[in-house]
Design a binder for this molecule. Structure first.
Ligand SMILES: Cc1ncc(COP(=O)(O)O)c(C=O)c1O
Length: 368
């Protein structure tokens, strides 16, 4: 018996999802989003698998994430969505990273950096997301500056949807029409980018008119819908199964409080399984008296406050034993608990849960 807490990552499921996306969006290309350690799934193994599947470009949020992938032997272009400051530019350009431009100032930094090689850039334009992206009203000469920038190789133009996962697509369509207007402006310029991209998972599912040259899926690749409001035009398989085991089984008397704050009291003499996992691993404290787990193919309720390193489960008089495997979420031989179901219980989204599985939890890779 060698039970452990782990996040089992099924790379075949990941490939299945990514290929399904590729088939749906073709001839557009897929830029897999592997930021935040591939949404908690492990960026390096995920990238290696997707390279084998033929994917040619990846995207991350930060310079450091891109460096880790390069150092692990990923040679493909990596788009960095976050902003790069001048001190990172020489290394980023040497590594061939694709640099996102947030405005004219960024072009100035590249021009002034004294680079030996040209910088491949993707201009991010604001269309309504309101996070990053050049506000063209404020910087009307942004494209002009880009066309004349001798150190910039203008490869991409992109924007990001704020509501493509909502049923009502009116705002997403407004963003799309703004992007199209920007694209028509760009088409009149002397220099033009070869890659236009905008669609995230919600738009991939529901807005084929937004595919352009490439799409940027994240959550759908990992097996989840971005919300419960999109269509299910792709049927993804969950890539992560979060597992632990029964560490201890306790025979408890009636009326005994369980865990901090006495938030659950045994209704009778019964059995409580103690699991060696808690909020430090990514089991959210909000699941106190709400969560469920699978043991021996049956669902059992989490009882009492979720603690840092341990949680308790009410198993009654069932023949549960120390060492038994426990599934917190995912697809397994024991059955399925959707991450979306767990997320819904605590008012969050699948993204936050998979990203929140901490480093203490070992990732175990299965599949080719
Ligand atoms: C710029 C950008 N593009 C694409 C994505 C992928 O989004 P999703 O995971 O909803 O597919 C993200 C994720 O947050 C993003 O920030």
């Amino acid at each position: 018996m060698n039970p452990r807490t782990c996040a089992e990552i099924n790379l075949d499921n990941l490939s299945h999802n990514t290929r399904a996306i590729q088939e749906k969006v073709a001839p557009a290309k897929v830029i897999p989003m592997i930021k935040a350690d591939a949404y908690g799934h492990g960026a390096i193994p995920v990238a290696r698998r997707l390279v084998r599947e033929g994917f040619e470009m990846f995207a991350v949020a930060q310079f450091q994430e891109a460096m880790e992938l390069r150092e692990s032997g990923i040679k493909q272009p990596i788009l960095i969505l976050g902003r790069l400051f001048p001190h990172d530019l020489p290394e980023a350009v040497k590594a061939g990273f694709r640099i996102s431009l947030f405005g004219k100032e960024d072009i100035g930094w590249i021009e002034a950096a004294g680079l030996d090689l040209p910088a491949y850039v993707h201009a991010n334009v604001e269309t309504g997301m309101g996070r990053v992206g050049t506000l063209l009203d404020r910087e009307p000469d942004f494209f002009d500056a880009l066309v004349h920038a001798s150190r910039c190789r203008w490869e991409g133009l992109y924007s990001h949807f704020s509501t493509s996962d909502e049923k009502d697509k009116s705002y997403a369509n407004l963003q799309l029409s703004r992007f199209r207007k920007i694209v028509s402006r760009v088409q009149l310029l002397d220099k033009r980018p070869s890659m236009l991209h905008m669609a995230n998972s919600g738009a991939i599912l529901d807005m084929p008119e937004s595919y352009f040259d490439a799409v940027r899926p994240g959550i759908l690749m990992y097996g989840h819908y971005p919300s419960q409001e999109t269509s299910q035009s792709i049927l993804p398989r969950q890539a992560m199964t979060f597992k632990t085991y029964v560490a201890h089984l306790r025979d408890m008397p009636e009326g005994h409080p369980i865990s901090y704050g006495r938030r659950w009291i045994t209704p009778r003499r019964t059995h409580i399984a103690v699991l060696p996992v808690g909020y430090a691993d990514g089991v959210r404290r909000g699941l106190t008296n709400k969560g469920e787990v699978l043991i021996q193919r049956k669902r059992y309720p989490m009882v009492g406050t979720v603690t840092m390193d341990q949680i308790m489960v009410h198993v009654g008089d069932d023949p549960i034993r120390p060492g038994d495997e426990v599934v917190l979420w995912g697809e397994s031989a024991q059955g399925t608990i959707q991450v979306a179901e767990v997320a819904e219980k605590i008012g969050t989204i699948p993204y936050e849960l998979t990203c929140g599985v901490s480093q203490r939890v070992q990732r175990v890779y299965i599949g080719g």
